[in-house]
Design a protein around this ligand. Structure first.
Ligand code: ADP
Ligand code: NA
Length: 329
């Protein structure tokens, strides 16, 4: 049995990066109770969230996941704070993980920036909670974007140290599943930073809910260089912005960057950007229609999340209870 787990923060509207790097890859992994997908509200509050907005954003994120193809009847879709096993195991892991390990996390350094003294302690121990999210289900397959690779390595270090310290091969090894040409979608403003829904300083991101005009405008404004597109991949080597746009079009049209360049090599960005905007709108508009339909009946979305939480707890509770017994509780 290979159990799949992944999560997404309700810290804003899902972006194209979330869609291509994560959500889209979750859909074919649905496998009943062996596939869990979680809206991770505990992670979201590592950065202050407006309490009035958080529950709405959580429901909207769930609706977006369903609209993208997750089916609550074919997987377990739930909200992290509804299943207490996550908090219980996270505390144990916070006592297993070492300061030095967390100090090496590049995402913390990126997110904390220069303001290290004023970020929440939760932001620092975030990877411990992420390890608990996965290991509370003994999940081994974790489809994530490339930005999460280091956190999965840390989760494996925690699992190994727990097994060593408490004398039993209790937690399994986790494999990150990092897929495809768009495992890291970059910002449209700066090709060296990732596109993120939770970066308030960068509004260039494409949101799954953007209408056709907004998508076209954001793509037109996307940073590029003056050269036409090359006809081969190696021509993109020192051109991160161009490489990003080519990768996005390849992913949106289910082809490869090579094929995109074979078709568009030699063209300027004006024409290319029009094609890209059209491809994005064609993919996003049916998702948006489905999201609107789902959010017309918020109680139904909430009820389905409650059922998901019951199914999740039925798996996690005995595992975490056993971990607590190993610790001596
Ligand atoms: P964000 O940084 O947008 O708030 P989350 O931390 O909620 O995203 O991550 C949700 C999932 O989306 C994770 O699997 C993460 O790896 C993936 N992801 C986030 N940003 C990107 C990106 N720019 N490109 C590819 N995948 C991404
Ligand atoms: Na993130």
């Amino acid at each position: 049995m290979q159990r799949v787990f992944s999560g997404i923060q309700p810290s804003g509207i899902p972006t194209l990066g979330n869609y291509l790097g994560a959500i889209r890859n979750w859909v074919p992994m649905q496998n009943g109770d062996n596939s869990l997908f979680c809206v991770v509200d505990l992670h979201a509050i590592t950065v202050w969230q407006d309490p009035k907005e958080l529950s709405r954003q959580t429901r909207e994120m769930a609706a977006a996941l369903i609209a993208c193809g997750l089916d609550p009847e074919r997987c377990i879709l739930f909200v992290q704070s509804h299943v207490h096993a996550h908090h219980r195991l996270a505390w144990i892991f916070t006592c297993v993980a070492r300061m030095g390990w967390l100090n090496r996390m590049t995402q913390f350094k990126d997110k904390a920036g220069k303001d290290r003294e004023n970020v929440s302690t939760g932001l620092f121990v975030y990877p411990n909670l992420m390890a608990a999210d996965i290991l509370a289900y003994h999940a081994t397959q974790v489809p994530v974007g490339d930005d999460q690779r280091q956190h999965i390595e840390l989760a494996n270090d925690i699992a190994q140290k727990f097994n060593h310290d408490y004398g039993e091969e209790f937690f399994p090894n986790i494999t990150p599943l990092i897929q495809g040409v768009a495992a890291r979608v970059m910002s449209l403003r700066d090709g060296t930073k990732k596109m993120s829904k939770s970066d308030p300083s960068d509004q260039s991101r494409i949101n799954l809910t953007d209408d056709a005009d907004t998508v076209a405008l954001k793509i037109r404004r996307a940073k590029t260089d003056p050269e036409p597109l090359p006809s081969e991949l190696r021509g993109l080597e020192a051109r991160p912005e161009a490489r990003n746009l080519v990768g996005i079009l390849a992913a949106m049209t289910d082809t490869t960057p090579d094929a995109v360049l074979a078709e568009h090599g030699g063209k300027g960005f004006g024409a290319f950007k029009e094609t890209l905007a059209e491809a994005l709108v064609a993919k996003l508009s049916p998702i948006q229609g489905e999201m609107r339909r789902l959010l017309d009946d918020p109680a139904a979305v909430d009820a389905s999340l409650r059922r998901g939480a019951e199914k999740a707890a039925a798996i996690a509770d005995p595992i975490v209870t056993r971990a607590e017994a190993l610790v001596g509780f």
